[in-house]
Design a protein around this ligand. Structure first.
Ligand code: PEP
Ligand code: MG
Length: 914
């Protein structure tokens, strides 16, 4: 957009700035795209008549314009902001820069999705040399006025003028030293005036200009700094981790300041309407008396639990309880809120759906239904499918855990068992994890810059901060076990050690903690399956697990709303049983070659591969047959008559042989010791065959259907094993319909060749057993040519299953094995937003899938189509598969619960979209 165009739009049709105050707001809760989560929440709370300080929101569109216009805001938008400032001054009864009654504002970021602490905030804006005297006059508190001014210069200097914090801290410490002050609060007005003078000197020296005195100029600069913070490194990293697109931009909220730091009848705090760690229905949060905004979240002071507010400021506490209860009913979800009490008067600064652990998500959703606040459908939509993984994460083996005494205890911020080697910086955490170690990130407090270290650590342990400190909020969101505010830890990040009760823990020492109890212990502790898994495995009575009851309830509701079937990728009977217990109804992919790795089988498989004639090969296959039959029997049985798709052998044969280098070393060693004989000869034969089988690009080599075509006896053996197992079960009265699947088909003739073998052998086997069973022969669609000729392939195939792993590899031309080398750079450079092997590339690979579906169903309108690549367990890919009309998704057993919930959400979204 050109400046002129933006200006024209801003002046006439388009609105860029939205007011809230005096009981009425221009926006509402549904305008998160435009106003961001914070802005939409402030508007909604204002409309609901809650005590919200007035202000206005500069929309996310302005952020995009700012970047399009090379970091400038068109004049027309500036004019629109000026109009809103006038309105705000009227609503606040105060004027920017006034020497009697100055208006002070906060300037905060606020994107559609919450990004805690990632972007910048400026408080007390509007103060200057004249206004600070006005503030003193109004509050009759000179100390407070000058403390506010020095905080403002420091924050503005750092965020907007990019002067390092420690330059200011240096001056501050100098004044403290000169006046003999021990604490910040020991400084009186005179000393703080001195600090202000020194700070202004810092600004002059560092920028060559004096500190801006015009509040409107301050506001413009602060606004632009917030827009710039959208693109700071940590915000970009955060968006990458959470898949938040860059183009949505942030809004800027300008709001009248209220002061939680104006004395002992003032406070500031944050809270939740329910416990965000466990989901329990309890009023939850913390506050600090005589403190300002960020003091609580930054973890600098450890705050008091919110229930203590009832004793200190009972009237404000009662009002806060009433308001937050109303908010939860209004939004029909657990709320996370921020408040400030100024001289006993309560102000609400924010409300939004509270971030929660997976445990809390399930508990809150099921409780809200029980309380008749929401319907089961709402409950299904309320829980992030990925968060269910936390419920499946292991805990400690309690017997082991109890044996070790706790060295200390902190606040249980995010549940889960964490054990690993202590590291004291985020960078070290990443380094050590890259070396294959498991680490616990130990910090005095975490800051947004630590995000990369937190992401890779097993758990996060901090010495300061409360349950809503950065470490706690981010830990919970990541589903990372976290214990915070373990105040006995004396951490020296520079010496890379922590002292606690006379003991020293050095970098690399093992520590463990429990994110549910807050206990911290020395050493490594074995973990134990989660409660859900214990029920699923049959080691815990479901009646004894409240958590399982809720988990199961949510997933049973999901099953009612989903259209697609949920199958599992399982190769062995025990995996199939687990998948069934997790709710999979059918197997979408049984990779038969995984059975070849079973105990005692590799030598037989190697014999088959080493055979240089069909007869010897058949002999080895005859030995394998009963083993495969037994596995198939077990897998069929575990699925209780649900469909089971079995794939014929897929990987290149060299994968079953020893590595070439290892063989060469062995041979050299044998020869060096002067040994000869059978052992040496066998190794030499093996090496010769390995060299013969060597491929430059095995992923594109002799694998999949190509093996079945060149060694038809393998397909024969596998078909016989499948059909014999099914016949045996049929005789036992268990009905099974095997689906025999041929991999990597790109040409209909490949499938025709294999189908003929399957049909012939199946016929012979059934005849020999005197049993007739129904079976299907289908194919994987994982080669783009297969998708593009799916109409021809469907003439032979009785079902399709998209192998999106290979399809992604072959559509992009990215090797599945080597993509890691450049993928991160692609993501950093925004060439790719996401890893296409984890989440389907809907535009490219998705288009190939869509074509395959359309062409396949052109030939066979009722063709059964599923997906069995990794994407089958990925929520956003599941949405795509719902849209293209697949019949089922198949996911690994542990991802089955995620897939059930995601498929329900996808079906509901499609219905809403209709
Ligand atoms: C696929 O390619 O998506 C697939 C499921 O097969 P594999 O991962 O075994 O190649
Ligand atoms: Mg494949």
């Amino acid at each position: 957009m050109t400046k002129k165009a933006a200006g024209k739009k801003a002046g006439k049709a388009k609105k860029y700035v939205y007011f809230f105050g005096s009981g009425k707001a221009d926006g509402n809760r549904n305008m998160k795209d435009l106003l961001g989560g914070k802005g939409a929440g402030l508007a909604e709370m204002t409309n609901a008549g809650l005590p919200v300080p007035p202000g206005f929101t500069i929309s996310t569109e302005v952020c995009n314009i700012y970047y399009q216009e090379k970091q400038e805001i068109p004049a027309a938008i500036d004019r629109e902001i000026d109009v809103q400032i006038k309105k705000l001054e009227k609503a606040a009864g105060a004027t920017l820069g006034s020497t009697d009654n100055p208006l002070l504002v906060s300037v905060r970021s606020g994107a559609k999705f919450s990004m805690p602490g990632m972007m910048d905030t400026i408080l007390n804006l509007g103060l200057n040399d004249a206004a600070v005297e006005g503030l003193k006059r109004r509050t009759t508190n000179g100390r407070f006025a000058f403390d506010s001014y020095r905080r403002f210069i420091q924050m503005f200097g750092n965020v907007v003028l990019e002067i390092p914090k420690d330059v200011f801290e240096h001056e501050f410490d100098a004044v403290k030293k000169a006046t003999g002050a021990r604490l910040d609060t020991d400084l009186d007005e005179k000393a703080l005036r001195d600090v202000v003078t020194r700070y202004k000197g810092v600004v002059q020296k560092k920028t060559g200009k004096s500190f801006p005195q015009d509040p409107r100029e301050q506001l413009k600069m602060a606004r632009d700094a917030v827009f710039r913070s959208w693109m700071n490194a940590r915000a970009i990293e955060y968006r990458r981790i959470y898949d938040i697109p860059d183009h949505i931009g942030t809004a800027v909220n300008v709001q009248m300041m209220v002061f939680g730091n104006s004395g002992d009848r003032s406070a500031t705090g944050v809270g939740f309407t329910r416990n965000p760690a466990t989901g329990a229905k309890e009023f939850y949060g913390e506050f600090l008396i005589n403190a300002q905004g960020e003091d609580v979240v930054s973890g600098v002071r450890t705050p008091q639990p919110i229930r203590e507010l009832e004793q200190v400021l009972p009237k404000a506490y009662k009002q806060l309880r009433e308001i937050t209860t109303r908010l939860e009913k209004h939004y029909k979800d657990m709320q996370d809120f921020e408040f400030t009490i100024q001289d006993e008067r309560l102000f609400m600064l924010q409300t939004r759906s509270g971030k929660r652990t997976g445990f809390a998500a399930v508990v809150v959703a099921t409780d809200l239904v029980a309380e008749k606040l929401i319907t089961p459908k709402d409950a299904v939509l309320l829980v992030d499918p990925e968060s269910l993984n936390q419920l499946l994460a292991p805990g400690f083996d309690q017997d082991e855990w109890k044996k070790i005494p706790a060295i200390t205890r902190g606040l249980p911020a995010s549940p889960g068992a964490a054990s690993g080697q202590a590291v004291f910086s985020a960078d070290h955490a990443v380094e050590w994890v890259n070396q294959g170690k498991q680490v616990i990130l130990v910090r005095r407090e975490t800051v947004p810059d630590d995000i990369h270290g937190m992401f890779v650590a097993q758990g996060i342990l901090t010495a300061t901060g409360g349950m809503t400190s950065h470490a706690a909020v981010v830990g919970r969101q990541m589903g990372k076990p976290s214990v915070v505010g373990a105040g006995e830890l004396e951490i020296s990040e520079s010496a890379k050690q922590v002292r606690v009760k006379g003991q020293t823990i050095k970098e690399g020492d093992f520590i463990s903690f429990d994110g549910l109890s807050g206990e911290v212990k020395l050493g490594r502790v074995a973990s134990k399956p989660s409660e859900i898994l214990q029920v699923v495995n049959g080691t815990l009575d479901p009646k004894k697990s409240e958590l399982y009851r809720r988990f199961n309830q949510l997933l049973t509701w999901s099953d009612k709303f989903r259209r697609m079937g949920i199958r599992a990728n399982a190769d062995l009977p025990d995996q199939a049983e687990l998948a069934y217990a997790f709710g999979a109804r059918g197997i979408g992919l049984c990779r038969t070659e995984h059975m070849f790795f079973g105990e005692g089988r590799i030598p037989i498989v190697q014999k088959m591969i080493l055979a240089d004639n069909e007869k010897d090969r058949r002999k080895a296959l005859d030995e394998l047959l009963p083993m495969q039959r037994q596995d198939f029997y077990g897998v069929f049985k575990a699925m209780h008559g649900e469909a089971v798709t079995i794939r014929t052998i897929d990987p290149p044969l060299h994968e079953f042989l020893p590595k070439r280098e290892d063989l060469m070393v062995d041979i050299a060693r044998l020869e060096a010791t002067g040994k000869s004989g059978r052992d040496l000869n066998e190794k030499k034969t093996l090496l010769a065959r390995v060299e013969q089988l060597h491929e430059f690009n095995p992923m594109l080599g002799h694998r999949g259907v190509r093996l079945g075509i060149t060694y038809p006896e393998i397909t024969e053996m596998q078909t016989r094993a499948i059909i014999e197992a099914a016949c045996q079960l049929a005789k036992e009265g268990v009905k099974v319909v095997p689906e025999i699947m041929i991999p990597l088909v790109g040409l209909v003739k490949e499938l025709r060749d294999q189908k003929a073998i399957v049909n012939r052998v199946a016929g012979e086997t059934m005849k020999a057993n005197g049993v007739k069973i129904k079976y299907l022969v289908g194919t994987m669609i994982e080669v783009p040519r297969g998708a593009m000729t799916a109409d021809q392939i469907a003439e032979e195939a009785e079902f399709f299953s998209f192998g999106t792993n290979d399809l992604t590899q072959l559509t992009f031309g990215f090797s599945r094995d080597d993509v890691g080398k450049f993928l991160r750079i692609y993501q950093e450079k925004k060439i790719l937003d996401r890893d296409p092997f984890a989440s389907i590339d809907t535009e490219g690979v998705g288009a190939v899938v869509r074509t395959g579906v359309q062409l396949g169903r052109k030939t066979r309108p009722d063709l059964k189509i599923g997906v069995c690549g990794e994407h089958g367990g990925d929520p956003s890919s599941i949405h795509f598969f719902e849209n293209v009309g697949l019949d089922y998704v198949s996911a690994s057993p542990y991802r089955v619960p995620v897939a059930r919930l995601a498929a329900a959400q996808a079906a509901l979204a499609v219905k809403v979209g209709d």
